[in-house]
Design a binder for this molecule. Structure first.
Ligand SMILES: Cc1cc2nc3c(=O)[nH]c(=O)nc-3n(C[C@H](O)[C@H](O)[C@H](O)COP(=O)(O)O)c2cc1C
Length: 186
């Protein structure tokens, strides 16, 4: 791992070394076991009331599911996502059963946690992940036609990263995380 003066020692390497690649090795397949573990990692994420409001559509190059997703990639994401060993569409179920609530305020939050689990599991298996919104949401929704209550939220490309991590990845400081939401004290 490259030394980074901004990076406090002690951050777990799975977190410190993760990055969203803009190149994937097209020859690196994601096998059935790896696919199963990525979904298993998402399955074990925490969620509000254990509602587990996430769902997925997954496909690997050569599979019919993959062929259904690729046409809806935006020109920007198509440059790298189609080379990844696995493409996943993520969905949230915002509807809440057996209550008056039409909408769970936590559905997307919970899906995000499931995706963080999947991303870290990928990193632990030597794979990289790049989540993205650069796709035709309307077209893909028509194509996949999810059940009522389910909405497509994002896509994620997973596979073996090709090339080096980008230099100069930027993050806000910890001090800013703690101060930005609040008015300066007088
Ligand atoms: C919900 C979400 C949507 C994103 N959409 C895109 C996208 O459309 N195109 C893209 O290149 N990257 C996209 N990204 C990746 C972010 O740009 C990336 O995570 C961020 O710049 C930090 O870089 P890092 O993941 O390498 O640390 C998205 C990430 C998330 C979590």
């Amino acid at each position: 791992m490259r030394p980074d003066p901004e990076q406090p020692g002690g951050l777990h390497p799975l977190l410190a070394e993760r990055f969203s690649p803009y190149r994937f090795d097209p020859s690196a397949a994601v096998d059935d076991r790896a696919l199963g573990l990525l979904l298993e990692a998402a399955r074990w994420a925490p969620s509000a009331g254990n509602s587990q409001p996430w769902g997925f559509f997954a496909g690997r190059p050569g599979e019919p599911e993959h062929e259904r997703m690729v046409p809806y990639l935006a020109p920007s994401s198509a440059q790298w996502a189609r080379d990844a060993g696995l493409l996943v569409v993520t969905l949230a179920r915002r509807h809440v059963d057996d209550t008056e609530l039409q909408y769970s305020e936590f559905a997307d939050y919970d899906l995000g946690q499931a995706m963080a689990h999947m991303t870290v599991q990928a990193q632990a298996m030597g794979l990289a992940a790049h989540q993205f919104r650069a796709f035709d949401m309307e077209g893909l929704t028509k194509e996949l036609d999810p059940n009522p209550g389910w909405v497509i939220v994002s896509m994620i490309a997973l596979g073996r990263a090709a090339g080096e991590p980008p230099v100069g990845r930027e993050r806000r400081s910890v001090a800013d995380l703690l101060s930005a939401p609040w008015a300066p004290s007088a």
